[in-house]
Design a protein around this ligand. Structure first.
Ligand SMILES: Nc1ncnc2c1ncn2[C@@H]1O[C@H](COP(=O)(O)OP(=O)(O)OP(=O)(O)O)[C@@H](O)[C@H]1O
Ligand SMILES: [Mg+2]
Length: 538
């Protein structure tokens, strides 16, 4: 079937993109910024994106003296002769013609553009075949994320590539980030391309939740049964009906390091003198530093300050502020690391872990716990990778771990990202088989260096200029993508770009509903036998 023709190329440059004059019958109102379109060159087909539109007139007098009360008839009479419209089109990928049927063959898949078509090449609407040529057919590892804005066919993302590098999910509040993350996590779990550690800060991933539309949506625990383990900080949550918690997690004072307290400097309102004191305490007492500080009498403190030349006032203030941590329900004096080590053992067996915060939902709780757990997990992964490098046995190859982190800017702001474990993970790429899925409404709050390391970005509507700039940090063709980002709806539409997709594309997000649950294989209840077989069968 022939594609619908929209216009012809009249001008262009490789860097600036092509100018296409629209056919008289084609209205600018039928097109959208960000649309996926095809330019048919003589030898190549160019998969492109509409990045701008302009209205023009052949005669300047018409613009100086436009017809008063232009009836549709007059507008139509002028259109194509005296008035016309052009669109700016940016080719993103190209494919040599005659290759269409061989698109499954890796060699003849679309390539980066290296040239542009000549004058009068045709601009056409993309059809279902074009989408399939670029984004591939839906399969287990080629996961359908949604549909084009104007068609009902799947747009897929390559899950292997998604987990290969750290990713970002952005968008202002209510754009559907958390829903999107659920969808992506389900894809990763179902395809088995990696294991997940999810910091469930707002109680939305483990168990069901009511959506803004008033529907009950299922949690991952309900969808995947015991494939997903729930660790909770909240003992009370464990006793609520329908909420099966596997482990109640405690944090020990012995596990809290200077780095954790530095991350909390803003939450705890620490001065720079207090931060120095933390260093002195850790030097003096090692792992015991926090317990020792909290237990200090005024006399102990005076002698410590004198011995280490610490500032007395700052040390007192520090003690006062850190008492808040000591008083947290889930913090006890001493906890062995074995609980987190067992968690990593479960990840090794292909299980996924959700860390549920329950009622402990302050930023202080998130930051403290996520940092401690991640530091330990990353430490164990480092050991695994070193072993694998030694033995090079397939059995020792670690599974890729994806750590999902909401409100990521708190952990990755320029002020703290150099010191925290999350900053380290984002920067070292996949060396240790650990990557991040950062979820945030304010990407401008994240260290630009971390942003530039993100492989795949999935972005919903953003209105703040700074946030749009931040999301496009380190992205090719950023000036062409800005319009595509700005033209998204406020809900359930995203721009996909980066490592896991061949070219940027606007997508209407897949619905997270009964149909999706069925596609994930839920519904037919999993039996415990099945779970155990899977767990030990590998
Ligand atoms: N894929 C989807 N399927 C079904 N409903 C969706 C989907 N995406 C978004 N929604 C609807 O949009 C609402 C907001 O989505 P969500 O809670 O994911 O926003 P958010 O971007 O995470 O916001 P916040 O930044 O405040 O956490 C949901 O409650 C739901 O009603
Ligand atoms: Mg959310």
């Amino acid at each position: 079937m022939k594609r619908k023709r929209l216009g012809v190329v009249t001008d262009g440059a490789f860097n600036a993109g092509l100018t296409v004059r629209l056919d008289p019958r084609c209205s600018t109102e039928d097109l959208r910024i960000g649309d996926f379109v095809i330019v048919e060159g003589a030898h190549n087909r160019y998969f492109s994106m509409i990045s701008d539109m302009q209205l023009r007139a052949t005669d300047a007098r018409l613009l100086a003296d436009p017809p008063r009360d232009a009836s549709p008839f007059i507008a139509q009479a002028l259109s194509g002769i005296n008035t016309y419209a052009t669109v700016q089109v940016k080719p993103m990928l190209m494919l040599e013609k005659g290759d269409e049927l061989a698109f499954l063959d890796e060699l003849s898949s679309p390539q980066p553009v290296r040239t542009i078509p000549m004058h009068f090449a045709e601009l056409c609407q993309a059809d279902a075949m074009d989408f399939a040529t670029v984004f591939g057919e839906e399969s287990k590892r080629n996961f359908a994320m949604g549909t084009p804005l104007t068609m009902d066919i799947p747009i897929c993302i390559k899950l292997d590539r998604l987990v290969e590098r750290s990713n970002g999910i952005f968008g202002q509040t209510g754009t559907g980030k958390s829903f999107l993350v659920r969808i992506l996590l389900c894809g990763i779990i179902q395809a088995g391309v990696g294991v997940n550690l999810i910091f469930d800060m707002h109680d939305e991933y483990a168990f069901g939740k009511r959506s803004e539309d008033g529907q009950w949506v299922k949690g991952l625990r309900h969808l995947f049964g015991s494939k997903v383990l729930v660790y909770s900080l909240d003992e009370r949550a464990a006793s609520r009906e329908g909420r099966n918690v596997d482990v109640t997690l405690k944090i020990g004072l012995n596990q809290i390091e200077a780095e954790d307290v530095m991350l909390l400097a803003e939450e705890l309102d620490l001065t720079s003198a207090s931060k120095t004191t933390v260093g002195l305490l850790q030097d003096s007492y090692g792992k015991e530093w926090l317990r020792r500080l909290l237990g200090m009498s005024p006399e102990d403190m005076a002698s410590f300050c004198e011995a280490r030349a610490a500032h007395q006032g700052a040390t007192e203030a520090l003690q006062r502020k850190l008492r808040d941590i000591g008083r947290l329900d889930y913090v006890v004096d001493e906890v062995p690391f074995s609980v987190i080590d067992e968690m990593v053992a479960a990840l090794d067996k292909g299980r996924h872990v959700i860390l549920h915060f329950g009622r402990h939902d302050r930023p202080l709780d998130h930051m403290l716990v996520a940092n401690i757990v991640t530091r330990r997990v990353r430490h164990l992964y480092q050991g695994k990778v070193e072993r694998y490098e030694q033995t090079q046995a397939a059995a020792d190859q670690p599974r890729t771990l994806v750590i999902t982190l909401e409100e990521a800017h708190k952990f990755l702001s320029p002020a703290v990202s150099r010191q925290t474990i999350f900053g380290t993970i984002a920067r070292e790429l996949r060396k240790y088989y650990v990557t991040l899925m950062v979820v945030d409404q304010r990407p401008s709050g994240i260290d630009p260096e971390v942003m530039s390391q993100l492989g795949t970005r999935v972005t919903g509507k953003l209105t703040e200029e700074r946030d749009i700039d931040a999301v496009l940090t380190g992205v090719a063709n950023r000036s062409f993508l800005r319009g595509a980002l700005e033209s998204l709806d406020t809900r359930e539409q995203v721009l996909l770009m980066g490592h896991a997709v061949p070219m940027p594309i606007q997508v209407r997000t897949r619905k997270y509903d009964e149909e999706f649950y069925r596609a994930m294989g839920a519904g037919e209840r999993r039996s415990a036998v099945q779970d155990i077989a899977e767990l030990f069968g590998e």
